[in-house]
Design a binder for this molecule. Structure first.
Ligand SMILES: [Zn+2]
Length: 325
């Protein structure tokens, strides 16, 4: 029992002693432990500081890289945009260069083909102008939405502006003559074409299109020309074909060139004669005030009867007189 106690005591002591020894050892080992802890902590703190530093460096590096990247991206975008602009402007300049020059005037109404048209057609043709009544005529034609044909001269000082107005309104602008002096133009074929070419140049300077149609002063059937040159009309008719030109005469005359012509006679002549033709080519002069005034009666009356007014074109019926000289 005592030995047991002792043993127990010993045990207890041992236990206590171990505990005490433990305490002794503890303070020594504890220092070591804390030293270790501090060392570990320092290591950890150091590592953490290094880690934080690395992270900061990495982040700042990635930011500056991103900035550089974004700058580079911006530069690339600007460059691409510039390139796109250049390409677009190049494309524009190319398309502008290849774009055809627009026609300055409309062609005859494409919905009506005179060659395949059941209704009656009237071609109002006006010779010897432009003149002082041409603008009034253009206003009347515009009022009724009618397009006509002008066989022109260059007598009027304002011929250019008036011819431009004719052309801009969609009328056919053709050549009549430059001087309209029979003795000059019918002296020889050379003389005729010299005069013709001067007027052709004036017309083409306005229309920008090659002249195709013309009308002989006095018509192809005139015999006045025989006073100056025998057979001149035969020669000129042949030569016009060789030049690719087409002369146009008339099958209806307003009679406005005669000395006793009036607005009423012009109205009567035209209204009675157009009944005979499917396609009437009407001779008028816009240098006569009564002829221009007559249009304000003739046009609405014929429109009410179903007539169609067209400018003369290569689809129109070819009206040519027989040559008499
Ligand atoms: Zn004439």
């Amino acid at each position: 029992m005592s030995s047991r106690n002792r043993r127990t005591g010993t045990n207890a002591h041992r236990q206590t002693g171990r505990r005490t020894g433990s305490h002794h050892g503890h303070s020594r080992r504890d220092r070591k432990y804390w030293e270790q802890v501090h060392r570990i902590r320092r290591t950890i703190y150091g590592a953490a500081a290094i880690l934080i530093l690395v992270v900061i460096i990495a982040v700042s590096m990635s930011i500056s890289h991103a900035k550089r990247s974004s700058n580079a991206l911006k530069e690339a975008t600007v460059y691409t945009a510039d390139l796109a602009k250049e390409t677009v402007s190049e494309l524009n300049s190319i398309s502008l260069d290849t774009e055809p020059t627009p026609e300055p005037t409309p062609t005859p109404d494409p919905t009506i083909d005179p060659a395949n048209y059941d209704g009656k057609i009237v071609y109002l043709t006006f010779d010897d102008g432009p003149g002082p009544y041409t603008q009034q005529l253009l206003d009347t034609l515009a009022k009724y939405n009618v397009r006509a044909t002008f066989f022109t001269t260059s007598h009027d000082p304002n011929w250019q502006a008036l011819m431009q107005a004719e052309f801009a309104a969609g009328h056919t602008v053709a050549v009549h003559t430059y001087t309209h002096d029979y003795a000059t133009i019918y002296a020889s074929d050379t003389a005729y074409w010299e005069d013709f070419d001067m007027q052709r140049a004036n017309v083409e300077s306005v229309t920008g299109q090659p002249v195709h149609f013309f009308r002989f002063p006095g018509g192809a059937s005139n015999t006045v020309s025989a006073n100056y040159c025998s057979g001149i009309m035969t020669t000129l008719a042949q030569e016009s074909v060789e030049k690719g030109l087409v002369y146009v005469d008339w099958n209806v005359s307003s009679g406005d060139a005669s000395g006793d012509a009036t607005k009423e006679s012009v109205i009567d002549n035209i209204l009675t004669q157009v009944e005979y033709y499917d396609q009437s080519v009407v001779l008028c002069h816009d240098t006569k005030d009564y002829t221009v005034e007559a249009m304000d009666t003739i046009i609405p009356q014929l429109q009410a009867q179903g007539y169609t007014f067209l400018p003369y074109s290569d689809k129109s019926e070819l009206v040519q007189h027989g040559i008499a000289n």
